[in-house]
Design a protein around this ligand. Sequence first.
Ligand code: ZN
Length: 876
Amino acid sequence: MRRLRHVSALAIALTACATTGSTPPAAAPEAANQVPSQLPRGVRPLHYAIAIVPDAANLRFTGTTAIDIQVLEPTDTITLNAAELDFATVTADGGPAARVSTDADAQTATLRFPATLNAGRHRLDIAYSGKINTQAAGLFALDYQGEAGPKRALFTQFEAPDARRMFPGWDEPAFRTPYDLSVTVPAGQQAIGNMPEAGRELQADGSAIVRFQTTPPMSSYLLFLAVGEFDRITATAAGTELGVVTRRGAGEQGRWALASQAQILPWYNDYFGTRYPLPKLDNVAGPGTSQFFGAMENWGAIFSFENILLVDPAITTEARRQSIFEVDAHEMAHQWFGDLVTMAWWDDLWLNEGFASWMATKATAALHPEWEPLLGRIDGREAAINLDSLATTHPVVQHVTTVEQISQAFDAITYEKGEAVIAMLEDYVGETAWRDGVRAYIARHRLGNTVTDDLWGAVETAAGRPITQIAHDFTRQPGVPLIRVESARCAGGRTSVALRQSEFSRDRPDKPPLAWHVPVIAGAGGRPARTLVEGGAANLTVPGCGPLVVNYGQAGYYRTLYSAPLLASLTSSFPTLRPIDQIGLLADTWSLGLAGYQSASVALDMIDTVPATGNSRLWIRTAEILAQIKSMYDNDPAHQALLSRYASARLGPLLRRLGWSPRPGERANDAILRGELIDTLGELGDADVVAETNRRFATNDPSIAAGPLRQTLLGIIAYNADAATWERLRAMAHDERTPQVKVQLYRLLGSARDPALARRALELALTDEPGATNASQIVAAVAAEHPDLAFDFALAHRERVMGLVDASSSSRFLPGLATRSADPAMVEKLRDYATRYMTPQSRGAADRAIAAIQDRVRVRRDRLPDITRWLEGRRS
Ligand SMILES: [Zn+2]
């Protein structure tokens, strides 16, 4: 899956996917013994035949599921997964009906048969009915306005683990079987499954029973079904049929995604060394949103919400176009890494997600080097370190036992730290050895299930050198290494460097450091040199006597702390460094300053040196840091004004140089920078930007109606809105028909700075007006500017707010709203919430929000004075 996060316009939605497989028919028998399970192991499924008859109007469906099973030990009782299913009849081998009891908490059903089932093959026939959800879990509905009135389309989302909401079965990734799926489709509608259609049987009422071809053996969470009035555009690449499926009338908006897929698929065929294994690959657009994910890698039928798949000229920005490519690349990487070879259990979710995230960046760098995606990888590293440097972090590999823990495992540690660690290991063994290891891993385990060490083993063999120790250090223990550069001496054209390893912690500065084996690269103007820091220290000699950059190229997952003279030298030579090191060094410096390892204002010294001709992504990071400082001056207008003056002086000339309109032949990332500069300056209250935005809004300028700046400009309008403006935006949202534009407009209503309007937005979210999946977006938008207000409101209307998000993730939604609070009182509120509504095993989301708030309070108290002094010094 692709998880969602917001760091900057360049930071893209992230997919999360997790998977595990069942006892594989072919490879990897060793994995089976290591797989935890929530179901008894005495019976295993061999094949499913599932027939679904949706009643979309009433949000119900009926189903029959026939399961061929292997009984390993004679039994009269079978327990399988089922959630919110009503059983009608259950028989084995056509015999008398079984008694069925269900356990809602465990999400299981237990079938008790009148006679013992002997060891061997049997067939279960189960007739039942279930619920069509209005959030993305199980079989779910998305409503939208079609040309001829309201429409409803159905989709499935089974990760993780929600297949049990559409059919009873062994809903654990290690149970890998073929599936035969059929669905009854109303007249005039289409159905999409993992496989091409195998047949269609017309019914007297005009409906049709659509049967799909049998899937290869696969995990339940990868099954997919969609039913609705669709367009499907297609292309062929490397002999595979590619499709983009949209609501009817929107097909042309899928052209960019389709062309992207046609670029990516042959590249993956080559990289993985195994051809894409299914006859077709669709990407199906859903008109709606989720708080928790953007896209999902169902085998042969990727699902994506429209805003991360379709290009709508009215609103799609350059950043979004790049995201669409990169999310597609992520989901397509899973078709091999995740779907063809599947994690045996959710403990190894990280490998699925970290790998797909890493692979997407790699493919994007190969196919669109002009976007400079490797520079963007630092955004991910920072998101991961932010979580990983607090006491509430967890190892990348984490033991998962409950459904709630599975859902909570989709976080920045799993995705972005996962990606960072893989990037570091690839850099350590070299691109070719890494690729050969991946090829061997895919070939050996295809149609099977694995654990993480299977990959390390394959790479070690290909590389001829050990990596498992390094990999274990970074995946089995939490936290972030700190590499202290203790000294660097130049002699004879070479720099001798002494390094010491400790640990970077924002909330436990005196914590005894963990030990890591850390691959380190350093450069000093000549060829970079490598070492492995072991046992807490290392020395290395680097050719050249220029400014010393440790973590040269930024592939390492660690922070680098320089001695004061080395840092001063780096700051003065900052403009001469390579963009990737500028961005990485600025990120390190800012973060180390906020954590108290050095003065928080050193990062501002660096920002002061960023040249006008600096890389767009460096400027974007600069703008983000200034916006972050602004939020620290909450309720302090005098200092906000001081900061705004500095930001206007620094960013304003750059915006004037770029202009407000695209210039012919400009670089793609300059278009992204333009939006970021307007956004940041607008938020900081830059007089020119606010005036120009207001002018455009008041005169109905075309850039407000459509185009790449529309969302940014409306964002500034919404942020500064008075009641009349807010109502005008609301009318625009209400009248909008295009789903992804509509959700953006509703989200904007939640972003007003005026608390009274923020409260009105929250109340609006509880009405039917915004639509089922848009309402939670409003609440989340309010939380960005008014976290305390949003949390208090959501708590006061808890039952109704929970109905706005999908069931499997709802418990973390409320704590997430409070994360940006700086009010110490919120800590107690969250503790109370966790005690009342979360289990001890699943309270991680509340604990992380508490840690983030405490960190924010600490930063404002202890670090902001440095920044204030620096800004005041600039005024004189
Ligand atoms: Zn994923």
